[in-house]
Design a protein around this ligand. Sequence first.
Ligand code: S3P
Length: 452
Amino acid sequence: MSTSLQPTPALSRPSSSLSGTVRVPGDKSVSHRALMLGGLAAGETRISGLLEGDDVLATAAAMRAMGAQIHQDGAEWVVHGVGNGCLLEPEAALDFGNAGTGSRLTMGLVGTYDMETRFVGDASLSRRPMGRVLDPLRQMGVQVEASAGDRLPLTLHGPRTANPITYRVPVASAQVKSAVLLAGLNAPGITTVIEPVMTRDHTENMLKAFGAGIEIHGDANGARHIAVEGQGTLAGQRVTVPGDPSSAAFLIVAALVTHGSDVTIENVMMNPTRTGLITTLLEMGAVIEVTNERQTGGEDVADLRVRASDLKGIEVPAERAPSMIDEYPILAVAASFAEGETLMAGIEELRVKESDRLAAVANALEVNGVTCSAGRDWLKVTGHPGGKGLGAMTADAVVETHLDHRIAMSFLVFGLAAEHGARIDDCAMIATSFPGFLDLMAGLGAAMQVDP
Ligand code: S3P
């Protein structure tokens, strides 16, 4: 559903002096959660700033199919929820398109219900591992019928009464943490997630705001214990979704690597679990001014003024990965124009995103003349300041995006600073997270377009 069958190739050419003040669409993680909790909670939830991308619209459709009423009222989305424990069995399969977060969190949300729910998705989503979410759900009593390797399409049958569990997440994953916490809402008693490495905390924050009984404490080893009380009452809320830092990332790097640029991005979420890329770019010598810091809808928000900068390569510490997990493709682009080498370590999780991002980035860099090497969980990029000799406009030098929006946007940004520009095989799936990306970039002065 989320990607047209016909790929839409696109290209970008060397550009200069990107300038302007813009906003990026609402945060994808917060948008999914707002629709899910709004659809579950009793009463009305009003959401402003919702990301109207295909991934989030798939979540809206799924919540509707399970009984929530959702409509638009001007710029706001209004959700009338069913009440905790009262989701209905969907009549047809829930189609999540390209959306890992939507599908995995919804498996948690409804998996423990005494009903049958079927999950389907596009080719990219059907390749991604779901066992990380299904394993704890099985411990809670959920029966799973899945394709080989716990992949989509799959069907969940919940038990009559779910078993609350204590679950230590084996990989740093906010999706796994969130799926277990959401499943816990429908289990009697306390469900606890132990998270050795902190990941984005939007689920915990929003559960609190909707009135769930939730307690969080750290242990002596630095792990976070998040305990949620099941079968309590959730009440509809007003949610304001700030701009998505993972979308702002493309504009930030575009401004940094494009000569003469000066771009301001307003209303960017600055939750510390999401700002690893900004920390990294500042260490590389980026000129990024963080201004107008404030709180919006319970989240830290700021405006970012970004100017073209001479970057230098660095070693990015492995422990930073959770706070910038979706930003490595665009960091690799920044590294391509930096002086020296950039080493990104501890990034094995990139292999199970919308594509195997480690392989996809390495291939795309090679196609475009950038020297790089990759291992199981690391990537090293040697930069070419000025972009001389980089890029490729020939028909055989096209970046393969593998239905991955972040690969597509990253290499369109790459082409702005590479001597010969860049071509990608498809830009249609950018609409999953950043509708209007090409137009917004063109408005800043970027030579970026659908391949005529
Ligand atoms: C997300 C968590 C991350 C991230 C994804 C959004 C979320 O995935 O890559 O884009 O909203 O919880 P993992 O939890 O698998 O790291």
